[in-house]
Design a protein around this ligand. Sequence first.
Ligand code: WT7
Length: 648
Amino acid sequence: MKNIESKLIESRQYKPDIEFSKKSNLNPSLLKKLNSLYKNNPDEFWSSLAKKEIQWIKGFKSICTGDAPFYEWFKEGKLNISENCLDRHINKNKKAIIHIAENNQKKIISYDELYILVNNFSYALKQIGLKKGDRVVIYMPTIPESIIAMQSCARLGLIHSVVFAGFSSESLKNRINDCGAKVVITVDSFMRNGKIINSKAIVDEALINTSCPSINKCLIYKNLGTEINLNDRDLWWHEILPSKRKIVKPEAMSSEDLLFILYTSGSTGKPKGIIHSTAGYLLNCIITNKWVFDLKDNDIFWCTADIGWITGHSYVVYGPLATGATILIYDGAPTFPKPDRFWDIIEKNKVTIFYTAPTAIRTLMKLGEDLPEKYDLSSLRLLGTVGEPINPKAWIWYQLKIGNNRCPIVDTWWQTETGANMIAPIPGITHTTPGTCTQPLPGIEIGIVDEDGNDINEVNQGGNLVIKKPWPSMLRGIWGDKKRYLDTYWKKYNNNFYITGDTARKDAYGNIWIMGRSDDVVNISGHRLGTMEIESAIVSHEYVAEAAVVSYKHEIKGEAIHAFVTLKNNFINYNSVEFSGELKAWVKKKIGSIAKPERISFSDSLPKTRSGKIMRRLLRNIARGEDVTGDTSTLENESILDQLKNIL
Ligand code: WT7
């Protein structure tokens, strides 16, 4: 099997800002020490970090044990994550959460207040009979109460599964049933894009008749105060709280006890319930918040991810609070009431660290390239991205318009399964180039291998991205499906490496470039190409906002490229036949004729998951004239499929 060829080389390099690393958590000499400690004594590396960063109830006796791929970390240790996030930061007069609602209402909660709120709610959860190991589904928007719910579960040793509040009742029902949750926690309703979303009504639909037999209670936080139906199983959040303040002793959890289940869509089949442990998960969350985000306790960290995604777990709820920082959460649409909402919030709240996704950056660019100029964004000192490869055009805009050429950008590669950042620059130290997530973090051993598992050593030759050694925050499996865990992540390379499902190449500087998902690789005249580079070339045209590339059968080439493109608002009336020709010539110039799309279709948007990932699988079905098959429950904009089918 041939390697994946790379055709698009980006060479703009940004030197690290030395001033930044003078004040940062990791400076070059510390980083060197960490890397050499890992090289010489990996056990000592992990054990010293675990002792330093985590507050233990009882010390651990081993580092990494167990047979591949069922690794266990820090056995015999006891700890509680809520204690690590809250108890150690009280009595310091510190803000924990700044919450901004879509209607602009602002609420500030200190660590002392959060501690009380979590203790009281933990008491209530205990009163309704929940016990260690029980599953609780949290179906709420990103408001302080969802954080309180998650932290309370952690305090009692309940396993939470947060289901993104934009999911349908069908998706919610499937997740509740898969994990056998006893309780679901929700809100009456919340606002998105100026409209009311009735979460409680959606929960009622999911629970109708006996469709979720494991559920015995539904708790409702009164958020907007809209009318709801109350059933026998329903309890108001405010009515179950204790009348007097209660302190709930944090449950002493074993290192390997499960903290949460988080469903991730996967490209085919039903969502996978990824399970994460307690100690290992917490450790990678803390160190990456400190190393990659340079998080300190005087920072105001705004990670725009919804708490329903892993980024919301690791970089909103657990990592930053365990670090004692102040987090900002915004419960609203980025474009409401106008596409300058993010910039306005950063200015008003003096956000210092901002972490978002390339899809959000591209959307905000498309709707208002110059809008950030109206705002004072000088409080920012660090920017981050996650979720997909960032195309250089978006990176440069982010760097210039948001960071004012002043802020390091950390392009962080990781997955729901990895729990925390795996490949990312260290700000102030790593040279960056738009489009690469750069290098693995200390303690993380990344490989790029061919189909037989051999290392690909040639520069810029693409292969499968794997992680060669276990790490503390690695997934512990798929809830209730051991076989799928082994088949998906381990089998191909005989349990030797963790298989990420991504393809990647390494450049001459040792920087890693993600080329796309392995399932998406296209094969043109015998050349295997990742989708990322072709898409990036298309998006670099000034009229283009977004692009997705898939292949279909072609008599001569074997496979040919079909590009799905959306244009920026001011170019949507462009003559599409003429522009198709221009765009094909553009790709030919940028990459070469091999990558020239055979067909281009233009549409208003692209099919995406609710977390903003383009669903190429559906586009492949359309380009190949097949029925759209597989799971579409995670699709955000279903109507786009009809539009795309009609264009062809
Ligand atoms: C997949 C994981 C991890 C939090 C959000 C997404 C892609 C993620 C990057 C990046 C290129 C990236 C990969 C990965 N991805 N970050 N910085 N550069 N690709 O979590 O939904 O589990 O998705 O997102 O394809 O495998 P997720």
